[in-house]
Design a binder for this molecule. Sequence first.
Ligand code: AMP
Length: 435
Amino acid sequence: MLLQAPKGTQDLLPDQVPLWRHIEESSRAVLERFGYAEIRPPMMEYTGLFQRAVGEVTDIVQKEMYTFGSDAPGKEDTVTLRPELTAPVVRACLENSLFAKKPFQKLYYLGPLFRHENVQKGRLRQFHQVGVEALGSYDPLLDVETIELACALLDGLGLDQYEVRLNSIGCPLCRQEFRATLKAALAPRLSGMCPNCNARFERNVFRVLDCKEEKCRAATAGLPSIQEHLCGECKEHFGKLRGALDGAKLKWALDPRLVRGFDYYTKTVYELTYPTLGAQNAIGGGGRYDGLVEELGGPKTGAVGFAIGLERVLIALTESGKAAEWLSARERGPEIFLCTVTAEDRVRTYALLRELRARGLAADVDFEGRGHKAQMRTANKLGARLVAVLGPDEFTKGSVKLKDMATGTEREVPLAGLADAVRAAPAVPSAPAGA
Ligand code: AMP
């Protein structure tokens, strides 16, 4: 038991890491193009931050947080592994007086999160998100920018089958009125709904609209919509947002049932779904949270953000064949693999290897005591671009044959000029054997 990774966590093995790095690097390039700067809050925060920001009655705070370790017994200072990153980013902005320096901030993060969830495909306990928080503006165009950015992140990876679902859940004022209307309409239907929805009716009635169970969806059909309860300001904001999205020719669908699992959202909420992901088809989601900075003790600050789940991105990339396509197109392996003939040559070869690496070349050598032919096979498997076989003759002559693994051509080069010769050799990409 102790020799297994905890349920809901994954080892990212060396053959999987390149794809993760591709996702990360592609994301960073897009984010920086949109003017977002990276922020890295800690993995844990004081528990109270999430209770206050995410909301006491949300599923995350009630059931899913990993909380432990009080500094002083009896003190309410436990920490929680971050189950989301909006609250930590806002906390970091306030604690480090970022708004005093620059009232408008565009930030992004990329890293692991922790939620004690029921594990299934695309639902883990340690998972990763790339997300943004744009703080310091009430402009509906900023909502548009974040939606376009979320799309650009997926587009950048070649994932173009996503759908954008959009809703406005109004401000606390519109919601107060809608909550009462919704409860009155729902009360007679509750007996036909799942236990979760019955609990939500008391705790957080809007989440009833989000239930995936068939009987609940049927029971909530035809309920009043928040759209009919938006105040003038929320209606205007949503109208401008919709107009700008249409102007951008971005395809989106209004989903009046879309509510999200955090209390801090106001006005705009959105979700990006990926049809091939199955039950867990949300690949990302976000919205506006105009009250959160103030709630956490800062100035009144309009803000909007989203997060995309990287495990789900990876599933979509794999299932669409894009992952395999990318892996096979990319050049891998060392630029040169040095084979040795006798044990005595190894030390001299290692000195040569050191020199090549010092000159900035990816170079490698055998460490498993393999014979000359087996070393050639290793070089091939690794996808080495060039191979040099170094035996007593080569060291006596002071030159070696450099073999191009893609074309099979060989040419003699002086050992003293090996690094320059490797550099000068035309780069014909050679995929590793079996890739
Ligand atoms: P949320 O922070 O709940 O709004 O989720 C944003 C995105 O993170 C979702 O659309 C998923 O892609 C991803 N996500 C959320 N929870 C999990 C989880 N437990 N495992 C994997 N991905 C998740």
